[in-house]
Ligand binder design. Structure first.
Ligand SMILES: Nc1ncnc2c1ncn2[C@@H]1O[C@H](COP(=O)(O)OP(=O)(O)OP(=O)(O)O)[C@@H](O)[C@H]1O
Ligand SMILES: [Mg+2]
Length: 455
């Protein structure tokens, strides 16, 4: 008995064009939620179902970010039926092979991240989908194109999608030079949010309301789909290729500074900075999250740093005995610099057992000191760095609202307010404040210390 696979997908506009296109490089660009990723994944799925032994690859800058984006869309919208009836099975990966979806006809879709490309880059493919391709460097893109030569299909293709970024982005320029075809994806193309007659669906009304609540350059890019430059950016020299780095083992003897900007409705931001022997601050861990209490954050920090974990010898939870406790996975900070809220500081100290100090909150000085750190040194090396995977907990609500959900994500939209280069716009700036406190602490000679003695 043969069963029939039934799957419904009706592409519109740019999505329909992308399904048909057979050229070498194609970019679906547009605001948030227009169906770009869905269209690309549908195409891969369709190709793999129809043709045996096709090798497809889904890539993103980091492998971990795929799990909450492409993999979710693939499993819950694209390959639902095929996964249920066994036409597609998931293989979790091995030492030699990447994680992949295997089709019963011998085709496969491998999954990978540019942060760990070895396993996927040693193979050849027929078609590759790069999600949020603007996150890549141009040489990473070019490396991917060299992998397109499996030759099972009559064409080879790199399909990419992205939200618009700055107008000078290399990928936009590549499209303008005619090397990549850019298709403009619109909200009206997505049947989930728009009916055929142009009216919004119920889900569409809710989704568009979220996008309408964005401000500044995020609004222009994610709501309107414009390749807009952020005007009045404060940290003009921020360059993700230089300042955002992959994780490396931090030597135990590097100084650690913790910095905190309190918040509940706005994000609470905790930054764990390691300082290199040359004095370069590196953001190693962070919490950037709304709607949690200080004590919950403190508990999260403790767990992450190795307290509150199970002692392998006794099987019991390791008791918290104070900052001198051994068994830290992460070096103890020499100081916590904090926002000034007295009550929050007291709660934090009580739960962490580490003293804190009010941060130097001089905005003007702080901005200058941080801006200077974004300037590379004479040999072009970064003087301020952020680990790509610093976040230890996700703020799903903020991600859902398309608001910055990490310190790095705030930087491109951190702009001066209307009064010129005097004050920053006070919106989505919580990680920026946290960074300012830390860099001031590290770079500026501390003021005379006053010690409060408890009698
Ligand atoms: N043709 C379609 N029919 C039904 N649902 C669709 C269609 N296209 C997209 N969707 C659904 O709309 C939602 C958003 O789509 P998708 O994630 O592909 O958008 P996107 O443009 O990649 O968004 P982002 O810019 O945020 O990455 C998903 O749930 C997706 O399954
Ligand atoms: Mg997408």
């Amino acid at each position: 008995m043969t069963s029939t696979l039934v799957h419904h997908f009706r592409p519109r506009g740019a999505a329909a064009e992308a399904m048909r296109y057979r050229g070498g490089e194609i970019l679906l660009a547009g605001p948030a939620g227009t169906g770009k990723s869905r269209a690309a994944l549908e195409k891969l799925h369709y190709i793999c179902l129809l043709t045996p032994n096709v090798r497809a690859l889904v890539m993103r800058k980091t492998a971990v970010s795929l799990t909450t984006s492409a993999i979710k869309t693939y499993e819950s919208d694209v390959a639902v039926q095929a996964l249920l009836d066994g036409t597609v099975t998931f293989f979790g990966g091995s030492r030699r092979e990447p994680a992949q979806y295997r089709y019963s006809n011998g085709s496969s879709i491998a999954l990978g991240g540019m942060d760990n490309p070895m396993k996927v880059m040693s193979t050849e493919y027929d078609v590759i989908f790069v999600q949020e391709a603007t996150e890549l460097e141009v040489d990473e893109w070019e490396a991917l194109t060299t992998r397109l030569r499996n030759g099972v299909l009559s064409f080879q293709q790199l399909i990419a999608d992205c939200n618009p970024q700055e107008p000078t982005h290399w990928l936009k320029l590549r499209c303008e030079a005619g090397q990549t075809l850019m298709l403009h994806s619109r909200h009206e193309d997505n049947p989930r949010y728009f009916n055929e007659d142009g009216t919004m669906t119920e889900q569409g009304v809710a989704y568009m309301a979220k996008l309408d609540a964005l401000t500044g350059v995020r609004y222009l890019r994610l709501r309107k789909g414009i390749w807009a430059a952020a005007e009045g950016v404060i940290y003009e020299e921020f360059n993700p290729a230089l300042h955002v780095i992959d994780r490396f083992e931090i030597p135990q003897d590097w100084r650690r500074v913790w910095s905190i900007d309190f918040g509940f409705v706005h994000p609470f931001v905790w930054g764990d900075w390691a300082v290199t022997p040359d004095g370069v601050p590196v953001l190693v861990n962070e919490i950037h999250k709304t709607q949690s209490l200080v004590e919950d954050h403190a508990r999260m920090i403790r767990t992450h740093c190795g307290w509150g974990t199970i002692d392998p010898e006794t099987g019991r939870e390791r008791p918290y005995v104070g900052p001198e406790v051994t068994g830290w996975r992460h070096k103890k900070p020499s100081i916590i610099v904090c926002d000034h809220d007295a009550e929050d500081r007291a709660t934090l100290e009580r739960h962490l057992g580490i003293p804190s100090r009010p941060a130097n909150k001089n905005v003007k000085d702080g901005l200058q000191v941080v801006a200077a750190r974004f300037r590379p040194d004479a040999r072009g090396r970064a003087r301020l760095m952020f680990m790509r995977d610093a976040g230890i907990v996700r703020d799903l609500e903020r991600e859902d609202a398309k608001k910055p959900s990490s310190t790095v994500a705030e930087i491109p939209g951190y702009v001066w307010n209307d009064k010129g280069k005097e004050e920053p716009m006070k919106i989505d700036d919580d990680g920026m404040d946290m960074t300012r406190y830390a860099v001031m602490e590290i770079d500026v000679q501390p003021r005379p210390r006053v010690r409060f003695m408890r009698s």
